[in-house]
Design a protein around this ligand. Structure first.
Ligand SMILES: Cc1ncc(CN)c(N)n1
Length: 215
């Protein structure tokens, strides 16, 4: 029997996880050693990313399932909690690093454009492109916890604990929504959704790499 769309996406995440665990930014989170520049770079780009992600999410879920939008959109707004952990370690604040507004870097732009293009094609593809966001972080955080990386002396433990905790429900809810929609679209579009999802996972990896590029 064919796995459901969400199972296949989870397999993609599992397949790519070794690359995430080897990524230098992720290793820095695990060991508690990241330069201030890398942390600032990451949070600046992530603020730009999440702002646009929320707008797209509102657009897609508003069309698909407004009551689910109402239940879940606060999950994205709450991510500021994860950023605060990083900013505290870097001894800075959101205001300081976002004023004046930094420019979006190449990977951030490419990722946002990828999700925008997918959403223009269909809400199903839009949702698939956005699903890597919770799916990758939840799996990553779980693996970091398994490694014991959220130990008390790691300044980034709160970041790991945030994603192991809160992205869980959001991730399952979105996967469920994708599986519910799946029978309503053609087989070709279901296949395309898998490709779109994989591309988003690759951009997630590039997003971490970008944070350390000019550090
Ligand atoms: C780029 C990116 N991807 C995923 C997440 C976690 N939702 C995030 N904060 N930023």
């Amino acid at each position: 029997m064919q796995p459901t769309g969400s199972k296949q996406m989870q397999q993609t995440v599992a397949e790519l996880m070794p690359q995430f665990m080897e990524n230098s930014f992720v290793k820095g989170i695990a060991t508690g050693s990241l330069s201030r520049a890398a942390v600032v770079n990451y949070v600046q780009q992530d603020n730009l990313y999440l702002d646009r992600f929320l707008t797209l999410y509102q657009q897609v879920l508003g069309a698909l399932n407004p009551s689910l939008l109402e239940q879940t959109e606060h999950d994205i707004q709450r991510e500021n909690g994860a950023h605060q952990v990083l900013l505290q370690a870097a001894q800075t604040t959101t205001d300081q690093i976002m004023t004046p507004l930094p420019a979006a870097k190449q990977v951030t732009r490419a990722y946002l454009e990828h999700m925008e293009r997918a959403t223009e094609q269909s809400v199903f593809l839009g949702l698939a492109s956005m699903q890597a966001c919770p799916a990758v972080y939840r799996e990553l955080a779980q693996r970091l916890v398994q490694q014991g990386a959220n130990r008390a002396d790691n300044p980034f433990a709160g970041w790991i604990n945030f994603y192991v905790g809160t992205d869980d429900d959001f991730d399952h809810t979105m996967f469920h929504e994708l599986d519910q929609l799946s029978p309503t679209v053609m087989a070709a579009e279901r296949q395309q959704a898998q490709q779109v999802f994989r591309k988003s996972c690759e951009l997630e990896l590039a997003f971490f790499t970008q944070a350390k590029e000019d550090d």
